[in-house]
Design a binder for this molecule. Structure first.
Ligand code: ADP
Length: 189
């Protein structure tokens, strides 16, 4: 379920010197997977290209290696799957499906606007997993912006109530690794 990313995204392949705001020891501690045992939520926050998905994938791969079940998705795909299931009268079944993995990784919160009712569907899942399974969330938006992200401040508050209760927040204050690579390929002026 981790897909092709699993083969190329590694902890060894992550250049910590490029992201000095990131505490390497905390990432190494997360890779010990205590957060999965404790059913905690790990948040990676920061601008695009700062390695949030890379690190989420690395932790997912570690969990798979340790024999845990992991499911990786984006928020948009997750909500689309829940919305489809709801239309087909299978929402409970689908919510149970997403509750099964020990670790659920939800990537790309904040990039695409959440469809009407999507925040509610996500909330139902978060509530069902609350204190029962670990999650990793990545977002380019601060928590204060979640009302806008989900188009509903009440749902955003309820979500954050659950998602920040047993949580680790890793804030990355750096520049994009993608743009660094681009700069290297572009001749100097
Ligand atoms: P984000 O999820 O924050 O938008 P990604 O994790 O997708 O960023 O990173 C963008 C690309 O840059 C990926 O190919 C990722 O592997 C790579 N990358 C990002 N940060 C680093 C880093 N510090 N060291 C090595 N590769 C990195």
């Amino acid at each position: 379920r981790m897909g092709r990313l699993a083969t190329i995204k590694t902890l060894a392949g992550f250049d910590f010197s490029f992201q000095p705001s990131l505490d390497r020891d905390r990432i190494l501690a997360l890779a010990q997977l205590g957060f999965v045992e404790r059913c905690e939520v790990v948040h990676f926050l920061g601008p695009p290209g700062t390695g949030k998905s890379h690190l989420a994938t690395v932790l997912g791969v570690e969990a798979v290696k340790a024999g845990r079940s992991v499911y990786f998705t984006t928020l948009a795909d997750l909500i689309a799957a829940l919305a489809r299931a709801e239309r087909e009268g299978r929402l409970q079944e689908k919510t149970r499906f997403f509750c099964r993995p020990s670790l659920l990784i939800v990537d790309e919160i904040g990039y695409l606007p959440v469809v009407t009712g999507g925040g509610n569907l996500f909330f139902q899942l978060v509530n069902a997993r609350y204190e029962r399974g670990a999650m990793i969330l990545t977002s380019n938006r601060g928590f204060a912006e979640w009302g806008n992200v989900f188009g509903d401040p009440v749902v955003a508050t309820a979500l954050l109530d659950r998602l920040l209760h047993h949580a680790v927040v890793m804030q990355i204050e750096g520049s994009s690794y993608r743009l660094r690579q681009h700069a290297e390929l572009t001749p100097e002026h």
